[in-house]
Design a protein around this ligand. Structure first.
Ligand code: AMP
Length: 523
């Protein structure tokens, strides 16, 4: 027998098994699984009354709220396709994404109504605009529609290869591309996550990761699959995060390394009162071993490093703990944990290949590109056959990430391919230089990019954010670098900056840094 593999299957099971468990906490609002799914069903029926049909797209511009979480069930269960938009983009980006996805309904959180109102004249294809909270003329009201709807809706037949979501990647250089994720893709990622990172209905999950980012790494469904509790968080504010961790007995969270750094830098007072034992999944950028060591040593949390991209639903590898890792010192264990690791049981095949397509030797030195193929790889880019062909044409998903493979088979990313700095014929990994500089006590964050150099062609240049209350000058940083790395890797210059330019998902925008200090001043 075959039934379609999809995340709605987790919802079906959770309805039966966990109706009385608390599903969602969002500020003062709390819903059991029974109440949560009742709201999803009513919203499904309201969407059908608004004319939404199977295959139609419904866009959301919302932070991590219960309404955004509801969309991950209410929209797909009527066979429609969810388009969770990055709410930190500009109105003109919203306009592009809403039009490109051909969304018929656009649902917007109260904070973003003004932005979307400003582009409404351009959105002729949108039949309905829904305000998720608050009210305003010309907008339908979410809560009113839910209250007026019945929980009965038409259940279309949904196949596992049907589209579930379109996730626009926050590209750092060009227009975003719409990654088409199927029901089957998401199912595979959830199952793989749970095999490697077991959770139960006792787990309380804090939404520090945006739900729009690769569907919150599929945690919008993973937590429901085990009957865990979703605790919503609109934006990451270190104080509020720690308050919720204690108040809501948080046991799991996902965060990009930049968020981990922000959490690691709380005051001693907050640190002393923090709940230990929180399990953290980190991905999105390479976490430095120093950051992992701080989170584990100072907060008593446990970090698991995972790697992937929106195009792979998103996980491609996990730094799987092995029995002998326990015998290592905390520092050495953090070095292993900073590696991207090995393929997941369900993610498919991962290879690191050279320019001729051959696998690189497992020597921890030879750099190649990570490619992947398997059940988590996207269907393609929405309305972009050329980009799909470029990404998947030879049957592998090309990640553009440059990595080595260690003798134990663990992959370690050294750079994004275009970020490798070639200086005087030597390849320099900016990630490596960054992780060494991060061991300096005054350095909170750092990004290294290649800049033109009259003698070497290109040379590394470091942009440094100092830790609170710390002071160090550029000459001292250079001296530190000289005594801790090969001299050809020492940055040709250092700029101490207040912040690094980042995408909404926490990735440092290296192309902005390459333009120099001037560009940063205008951020
Ligand atoms: P996105 O699709 O926005 O999630 O971006 C995917 C890209 O983020 C990957 O191709 C990597 O360059 C980077 N990335 C994600 N996770 C990691 C990680 N654990 N270590 C290093 N880079 C990562």
């Amino acid at each position: 027998m075959e039934t379609p593999l999809g995340p709605l299957e987790f919802a079906r099971r959770a309805r039966r098994l966990y109706p009385n468990l608390e599903a969602v906490v969002d500020g003062k609002r709390r819903f059991t699984y029974a109440a949560f799914f009742d709201r999803c069903d009513r919203w499904s029926s309201a969407l059908q009354s608004l004319g939404v049909q199977q295959g139609d797209r419904v866009a959301y511009v919302a932070p991590n709220t219960h309404a955004q979480l509801e969309s991950f069930y209410a929209v797909p269960q009527i066979g429609a396709v969810l388009v969770p938009v990055n709410y930190r983009l500009t109105p003109s980006d919203f306009s592009y994404l809403i039009q490109h996805s051909g969304s018929r309904v656009v649902c917007v959180d109260g904070e973003y109504l003004d932005s979307v109102d400003s582009i409404r004249p351009a959105l002729a294809g949108v039949a309905h605009f829904v305000a998720l909270d608050g009210c305003r003329s010309g907008w339908l009201e979410y809560e009113q529609l839910i209250a007026a709807a019945t929980p009965y809706y038409e259940h279309p037949t949904i196949n596992e290869n049907d589209l579930l979501t379109i996730n626009y990647t926050s590209g750092t250089t060009s227009r975003p591309k719409g990654v088409m994720i199927t029901h089957r893709n998401a199912y595979m990622n959830v199952v793989g996550t749970l095999i490697h990172f077991h959770m139960t209905s006792a787990d309380h999950y804090l939404w520090t990761l945006p739900m729009f980012h690769a569907n919150g790494w599929t945690f919008v469904w993973t937590i429901t699959a085990v009957g865990g509790r979703h605790v919503c968080l609109r934006r990451v504010d270190a104080c509020l995060t720690f308050q919720l961790i204690n108040q809501e007995a948080i046991s799991v969270l996902c965060a990009a390394p930049t968020v981990l750094i922000c959490l690691a830098n709380v005051t001693d007072d907050i640190r002393r009162k923090t709940r230990p034992g929180v399990r953290v999944l980190t991905a999105g950028a390479p976490p430095a071993a120093a950051t992992i060591a701080r989170i584990e040593g100072e907060l008593g949390w446990d970090v698991t490093h995972i790697y992937g991209m929106t195009e792979t639903s998103p996980f491609i590898s996990i730094c799987e703990p092995r029995a002998h890792h326990k015998d290592l010192s905390a520092q050495d264990r953090a070095v292993i944990k900073a590696r991207q690791g090995v393929e997941l049981i369900t993610s498919g095949e991962l290879r690191v290949i050279d320019i001729d397509g051959h696998e690189v030797p497992h020597d921890g030195k030879t750099v190649g590109e990570i490619v992947a193929r398997g059940n988590v790889v996207m269907q393609g880019y929405f309305h972009d056959a050329q980009a799909t062909e470029e990404a998947l044409g030879d049957g592998w998903m090309h990640t553009g990430d440059a990595a080595v493979v260690h003798p134990d088979g663990y992959v370690e990313i050294r750079d994004r391919l275009k970020d490798v700095i070639i200086s005087g014929g030597e390849n320099i990994s900016s990630v490596e230089v960054e992780s060494i500089l991060l061991t300096h006590p005054a350095v909170q964050e750092v990004a290294v990019v290649g800049v033109p150099h009259p003698k070497w062609g290109e040379a590394p240049y470091a942009f440094v954010v100092l830790a609170n209350g710390m002071d160090v000058n550029e000459a001292e940083l250079e001296e530190f670098a000289r005594s801790n790395m090969a001299h050809f890797k020492v940055p040709a210059g250092f700029a101490i900056v207040p912040v690094l330019p980042k995408t909404a998902t926490g990735k440092i925008q290296k192309y902005v840094l390459r333009q120099g200090r001037k560009a940063i001043a205008h951020q």
